[in-house]
Design a protein around this ligand. Sequence first.
Ligand code: PLP
Length: 400
Amino acid sequence: MSYNLRLNHLQPYPFEKLREVLSACKHDGGLEHIALSIGEPKHAPPSVVIDALSNPQALAQQLAIYPVSRGGDALRQAIAEWLGARFAVEIDPLRHVLPVNGTREALFAFGQAMLSGDAGSLVGMPNPFYQIYEGAALLAGATPFYIANTPDNDYQADFASIAPTTWDAMEVLYICSPGNPTGHLISDAQMRRLIELAHQHDFIIAADECYCEIYFADQPRPGGLLASSEAMGNAEFARCVVFHSLSKRSNLPGLRSGFVAGDAEIIQRFLQYRTYHGCALGMHQQHASTLAWQDEQHVEENRALYEAKFRAVNEILSPFYALQQPAGGFYHWLPTPSDDVSFCQSLFADQHITVMPGTFLGREQEDGFNPGSNHVRVAWVAPLEECVEAAQRLVAFTNS
Ligand SMILES: Cc1ncc(COP(=O)(O)O)c(C=O)c1O
């Protein structure tokens, strides 16, 4: 049987690796299992969306229509207005916006649509990272270029250290702000510098901003690539695209809804690809998504829930762990006293808690160092009481 041999380059997903290392571990202490390894939002979805999806008459009409790949006017308008209100940018709903089935699908498909597949072409991405960027590059025939986010550089990517020849070979640069797993932001100054580099070296910046609505009252609201682009005079967003999602903002990971926005020419090419790919959002998804993008109250309530959780677990954990408050998102990126995989295994056996070893979210750089090592990612998605219980167990674990 012949098949696309590039499939062989795809790495197992971190959750598969985690299952494997935990398969040999057993918890005998009788504690209920608490999963802090997966970033699946658990707060309630907005009722306006649930009500819309529960309307049988509307649903019958929506399901009877083949949706178009570019999405309906109402959804694109709602997205453009949301972007305008959130980032103070001027967006043309026709040319700058494309609805997608969540950012994962779009981040992956974007690579297939835009990468040349030429030998030696590079795709830049953070390290540690969201693994889809790597899979998108590999399956499109490009080579991933990992850009380390290490503690000695305050978990920032050192873009300045990248050689001009590397930028020349780069076709797409994935960035993630707020970052998963580090929770760090890419500053406006860094964004602007990246946009200058994208113009100098002719590459596209694909900014994953799916965590941008989860931030904390005492910290600055995360900026975005389009805002930086417009502010520096790149008002048509040349070489810039952003990826947004309702999964985290609105607790709707099952709706599969997000959008890509930015450079009109890139959006047009991506739309052309998607017409063949056949991944238009159903009309019921579009209608529900329109309502979600138009409502901010549930987003504020959602943020308040995360804020309360972080306050509670920070208080419990900070005397015992080197905690850094994330600038956005719902993860702690926790340095571990021992190697992260054994930490994770012992924590599971001792306290029946699962966290994600950082090693599985990163890749070895050329010098053999994996910037995810000696860290674990802790997702505070469970209800407050469960998070508090988990934090107390994490303390008991350090004490044992
Ligand atoms: C950094 C990052 N990007 C994208 C996604 C995909 O989210 P969705 O496809 O639900 O929009 C996730 C999900 O966990 C993520 O962590």
